[in-house]
Design a protein around this ligand. Sequence first.
Ligand SMILES: CCCCCCC[C@H](O)CC(=O)SCCNC(=O)CCNC(=O)[C@H](O)C(C)(C)COP(=O)([O-])OP(=O)([O-])OC[C@H]1O[C@@H](n2cnc3c(N)ncnc32)[C@H](O)[C@@H]1OP(=O)([O-])[O-]
Ligand SMILES: NC(=O)c1ccc[n+]([C@@H]2O[C@H](COP(=O)([O-])OP(=O)(O)OC[C@H]3O[C@@H](n4cnc5c(N)ncnc54)[C@H](O)[C@@H]3O)[C@@H](O)[C@H]2O)c1
Length: 719
Amino acid sequence: MAQYSRVSGTVGLITLQNPPVNALCAAVRQGIVEMLKKALSDSKVKSVVICGQNGIFCGGADIKEFGMNMSGPPLVQVIHAIEDANKPMVAAIEGVALGGGLELALGCHYRIAHSKARLGLPEVILGLLPAAGGTQRLPRLIGVPAALDLITTGRHVIAAEALQLGIVDQVTDHKTVDAAVKLAQSVAGKPLDARRISTYPCARPSDLDALFEGEMQKVRQRARGAIAPVACVQAVQAAATLPYTQGIEREKELMVTLFTSGQARALQYLFFSQRAVSKWSTPSGARWDTSKPGPIHKVAVIGLGTMGRGITVALAQTGLSVVAVETQEKQLMGAKKAVSNMLEQGAKRRGVAPTLDKISYSPNIQAIADADLVIEAVFEDMALKKQVFQQLAAVCKPGTFLCTNTSSLDVDQLASQTRSPELVVGMHFFAPAHVMKLLEVVYGPRTSPQAVATAMELGKKMGKVSVAVGNCQGFVGNRMLKLYLEQAFFLLEEGATPELVDRALEEFGFAMGVFRMSDLSGLDVGWKVRKGLMLGETDVSSGQSARIRQGCRYSPLGDLLCEQGRFGQKTGQGWYQYDKPGGRVASSDPWLHSFLESYRAKHGLVARHIDHQEVLERCLYAMINEGFRILEEGIAAGPEDIDVIYVFGYSWPRHRGGPMFYADMVGLAKVLERLEHYQQAHPDVPYLQPCSLLRRLVASGSPPIQRWREVIKKPHSQL
Ligand SMILES: CCCCCCC[C@H](O)CC(=O)SCCNC(=O)CCNC(=O)[C@H](O)C(C)(C)COP(=O)([O-])OP(=O)([O-])OC[C@H]1O[C@@H](n2cnc3c(N)ncnc32)[C@H](O)[C@@H]1OP(=O)([O-])[O-]
Ligand SMILES: NC(=O)c1ccc[n+]([C@@H]2O[C@H](COP(=O)([O-])OP(=O)(O)OC[C@H]3O[C@@H](n4cnc5c(N)ncnc54)[C@H](O)[C@@H]3O)[C@@H](O)[C@H]2O)c1
């Protein structure tokens, strides 16, 4: 899977061939070794160029090989053979040079990149480190601080930055291979000793210890509990303090630990899951590969509050024409200013011109008549949304796709307000909509495959990770979140504090525990939703009956805080106290603790000791159990969809793969056993009853997550 030819008389050309990204599978590595031998033994060849076929240099090691028995020559040795070659080796980088692909290029004596090429060492994102010499060569080439940045974040750089950093020697706008051949000709016969990066000394900044200490702190803070970023820092530290051969040994040692870790499995599962969710399907048989999206040139946004503004920014940044409608004059003026600011700031960060002229604003819904797709983002109020959908049906041209950004309301009820319910689909963005990567695309029973395909395609264009889900209260994300929050409230009633619950969740890996997160997003948001569901109203009575609503256990704790005007950070008080309204540093609030004590006394609740394990099991297993129900009902097509939603929309720690992957790691039998235990202890919480799909999976021997779909599809009667 590597081809050899001689070009321009004296240049050997080795082409990597493994579509789509020329990943370095065993056959490619073997191919490189063989083709290199050919080139070096061909007396007419004076220098060699390595390139990739189809305009892509190389996407790195073959990630699919990682779970298997690896065969073929190890990449480290292949790269050493290239670096040791006695003829100049030139990497011709087009498309991407990522991970092992960039390491291969660093083994070459010269590198030339096309101006649009992207380079990087993203192994950390897969729970690994660049273990084919990347952690040892890059710091020797570009210095320790710049190498640490690239290796610990995994960020890609475009060719211009790569040139500035010193990763490549030349950048070209022309045909890269032709330019590389020219370069190869010009360096033929020149001495190579000064071109072998492994022989370079690693420049040591004077404050080396402080630098690594600071970096270690930074990576630990950025991804709590993740082991790969820490190993990356340690490997670069080895480059800075040890000779190359010992550094390589250290790199290998660290990689061995990461390679077999659960975190690497979780992150690689996420890599493939993120790609799998774009290949969507629905229970009615609609599929990504048989549904064609409609053409979208102009999009309308209705309602320019928090969400409408972010959605408008994201659309304009995609280059689409946007017509933004807001009925409140003051809101419209505020929105214009806020959207322009966000666009200007974003453009400045990305070094491009702001796309302000893409947007027209109007107080009048008639302005959207020629839009191809509309995204409604008015208040979460069914009566209002129904009215808006009736207006949309009257105003829009035939064939316009009508989308709602509702977080929980019935998409089908909105569809029934229109003459063409097949064109109605949910596009559930997350706040802030121009930043958050997740988009839930919600199909109702009458949504056409084309409408799903159109919303999925638009999401992709907007740079979102889009997941198609069925229509139910709260869809996937919020439906599961509700139980997570509820369990946290129950734990407070039973004796826990917000601090204890948050600490357990933060030690698990969440950037913020549930109570700190609620304070940040505002307690009034959930309060409004609960009131809409006829919950959340004060019940002055005491005892157990006050904590039963609609036949189930209910905790009014959040409602009671809102009644006190404690809405979280914005009011300076919530589950914690802040130095001022809008303050960000949470501190423990004695008022809250005595409030909890008197609440328990009023309701005859006796506080008991609650440990971290119970917090995690109650909050996470309740949510996971709901995930199984969602799978059983066909609301999500597979566990990957749920996990992608949680990682990209709800800050689930990436290195734990997502809630369903976590259940697989813990063991389904254990999850089932603990749910049974909690269900017996809390019979007034029906959703703790283990879902029948979970039982079926355990009965079928707890197959790995990749095989759950087989069990989901089996009719129940066969078991
Ligand atoms: C002890 C052992 C020692 C080992 C030493 C190795 C050390 C080395 O440092 C480790 C690595 O290199 S780690 C690797 C470091 N490298 C990375 O982390 C780069 C990962 N890749 C990417 O970031 C993106 O895929 C690209 C930017 C390359 C292309 O983006 P785009 O144009 O949007 O396209 P797309 O939709 O994303 O992908 C298209 C198809 O290609 C597939 N596929 C892709 N890469 C693959 C791979 N390496 N492999 C296999 N498959 C790979 C992808 O799944 C998809 O398949 P599908 O079946 O059609 O769904
Ligand atoms: N805020 C979030 O975190 C979040 C996240 C995801 C989804 N959502 C959903 O997005 C929608 C909007 O939420 P938000 O937080 O942006 O609300 P918001 O209160 O900030 O904004 C709603 C806007 O809609 C305007 N509006 C009301 N009726 C209108 C009409 N007939 N025509 C045009 N504009 C009208 C209001 O004046 C207001 O500016 C809701 O359905 C909500 O559930 C919100």
